[in-house]
Design a protein around this ligand. Sequence first.
Ligand code: NOJ
Length: 745
Amino acid sequence: MFQLKTLALLSPLLFAGICTPVLRERLAQAPPPAFDHQVDSVLALMTLDEKIGQMTLFTTDWGSTGPTIREGYKEDLRQGRCGALFNSQGVAFTRELQRIAVEESRLKIPLLFGFDVIHGYKTIFPIPLGEAASWDLAAIEKSASTAAAEAAAAGLHWTFAPMVDISREPRWGRVMEGAGEDTYLGSLVARARVRGFQGKNFDNADKILACVKHYAAYGAPLAGRDYATVDMSERMFREVYLPPYHAAVDEGARTVMTSFNELDGVPATGNSWLLDGILRKEWGFTGFVVTDYTSINEMVNHGIVANEKEAGELAANAGVDMDMQGAVFQNYLEKSVAGGQVKEAQIDEAVRRILRVKFELGLFADPYKYCNEERERKVILSKENQDAARDVARKSIVLLRNEGVLPLNKNLKTLAVVGPLAADKDNLTGAWSGSGEGRHCVSLLEGIKSKLPGANILTAKGCDIEGTDRSGFAEAVEAARQAGAVIVAVGESRDMTGEAAARAGITLPGVQEELVRQLVATGKPVVVVLMNGRPLAIPWLAENAPALLETWWLGTQAGNAIADVLFGDYNPAGKLPITFPRSVGQVPIFYSEKNTGRPFNPASKWTSKYLDLPNSPQFPFGFGLSYTTFSYGETKVDKKTFRRGEPLHVSVSVTNTGSRDGEEVVQLYVRDLVGSVTRPVKELKGFQKISLKAGEQREVKFTLTENDFAFFTRPMKFGAEPGEFDVMVGGSSDNVKMVRVRMEE
Ligand code: NOJ
C-alpha cells in the first residue's frame, strides 16, 4: 500500500483510520467523525499556498498523440498548487499525474480526477433528455452506473453530472442534457443518476463522485441564449427549478457545481444565499462546491465586482470551495487573506470539505485505487455495457405518429434507408459524449442491415443536415420508388446542441423537410426517424408523416435500438419529458401553466390566445404512442373527502386493448383549485410504468400524501392548504380522467 510518509510521521492519528473501509449507507449523512480528525491532521500541516492549491482545479488537454498537461500545471502539482484535474483520462495518464502529486509534492496529497461523464464514458447511452423519455428510473440508474464503472476503470474519480436543470427552453442547446420541463420527474431522475454514479460507497473503485449542476436555475436563460440572465420569482425558483438540486443532494451527491448565470442580479458563483444559505444551511450539504469553468472570472463581466481579486473574494466568501480553471484563487486569494478580505477560517473550511471527499473516496489510503489497467481493458466497451446501452436506448424512443405503418414487416424485400443521418455514426453520440467515438456506434443503416440480412437495402443521403443543396433528392426519391418501405433519418447535428449551441429557430435545419415531403409524395410508407437534442417545431411532419419516431441521440447502440423498434422486436413506450411546440413563437410552452384570468375560450376574442396558432402544443408533455392501445377506466379515490395528513389512495384500471404486449406510463396529476397564490392547472405527482399483455387489465394504485398537495403558500411556507383538488390520471398530460376531492383540516 502507498505510504504517506510525511503525513504518517507527523500524524499518527491520520494514519490510524485510513485503512479501515468505512461503510456508508448514505453518503449524504454526516461523514464519519474519524475523517474529521484525519482531515484536520492534514490541514494542520498545510501552508496557505497549499490550502489554496486544494481549491484549484485545472484542465489537462488532448494533443494529437493523446493526453497532455501544460508544463506550468505539472509544476503546480509538484508545488501543491493544484489539487484536482479534469479532462485527464486513461489509467496510464492519470497514474503518472498522481505519481507526481504523491511522490514529488511536499505533502503528497492525492489528486482528484474529474471529467464530464454525462451519458456514458466510452459506451454512450442516450442523451439525458432522451433517457428521461423512458420514465424508467431503474434504466436511468443503470445508465449512470455503467458510465461510472467505465469512467472509474479509466482512472476517473468524479463526473460533472448529473445536470438537473429544469428547462422549458427548447432554444437552449443544453436542454438535451437535462430531464426536461417537469420538476417531479426531474427530481426522481436526478436521484436515480446520483445513485447510479455514486452507489452506496466507493469501496470497489467502480463508483465515482457525482456533481450536481448547474446550481442554480441555469435552464431558464432569457430568450434561450446560453449563459444569459435568469430572473424569476423566488416562488417559481423554489417550486419549479430548485427541487431537483435538492433531491440530488438529499440522495447523497458529494459535490455541487455553480452555474454561469446570475439569479435576481447576483451571479450564482458569488451568491451566498444559494451556497451558504440554501445549500448548506437549509439542506445540510457537507460536500464541496466547485465553480463552472472560469465563472469566478466572469463575475467581472457580470458587473458585480471590479476585478478578479474581488471576484475571488466574493466567491470564497459566498461558499465556493474550488475554482475551475479560472486560477483566480491561485492568483489572488493569498493577498485577500493578507488584506483581511477573506478569513483564513473560510479557506480552512473549504479545504476541509475537499479533503474529506478525498478521504471518502479512499484516495489517501491508496491514491492509485482507480488505476487498474486490467480493469480498464475489461470494463470499457464490454459486451454487457453494449447490452445495457441498447436496452436504455430503445426505452428512450418516443413514437409520435403512426398511420398503420409501424412496425415494419421483416419480410420486406427492398427497403430504402435514406437521409443525412441514415448512415451517420459521428452524430449518434450526441453532445457531451465523454470519451465516446462515432466509430464505436451502430448506425441506423447498420442496425437495419443486421436486422434484415437478406433484404435489398437501397441507400442515399438525399441532402446534408444543413445547407440548400438539393442535388441528392432525385437519388433518394428513386430509391424510395423501388422500395417496399422508406426509412428517412433527419434531424440536427450533435453540435447544434450542448453548450453554447442555442438556436433561435427550432425547425428541421436545411432542406431536410423538403426531402421528406418528396419521399412522402411517392405514396410509399415512409417512416421519419428524428435524431435531435431538443424539441423541434415540425408541424408538417407531425401532420403528414406516415410514421414519426423521436430517437434523440441514442448513443453507441442507436442503430440496433431503432431497428428493434422499427421491426417490432420492441414495442415503443417512451413519453415526452418536454413539450414540443408548433412554433418557436409559443415558447415557453409547458403543461403546468396557470389558468390566467382569461383562459382561452373560442367564443370570446378577449381571452388568452394567439391569432395565428392554437395555444396547444404539437405534442404535449407525457405523450407517446405504442404499437398497442391502452384504455383507462375512471379515476377512483378511496374517499372524496380526506383530512390533512391522511393519505389519499387513487386507483385506475388500465387495459391493453390492442393485440400486442406493451408498456404504458400511467401518469397522475393534481390541481389545487383555489390557493393563497394561484396554482398550475396540472402538476405531475406520480407515475408508474407498467407492462400489460395484449388484452390484460390492471388496477394501478397511487398513494398521495400531504406533500403532494403542498406548495409555497402566500407567506412562502411550504405546505398544503385544505380545499378542493382535482386528481387526474391518464397516459399523457392532455388526456386524463379527473376526480374532485376535498381536503379538510
Ligand atoms: C462548462 C460546462 O458548463 C460544465 O457543465 C462542464 O462541466 C464544464 N465546462 C467542464 O467541462
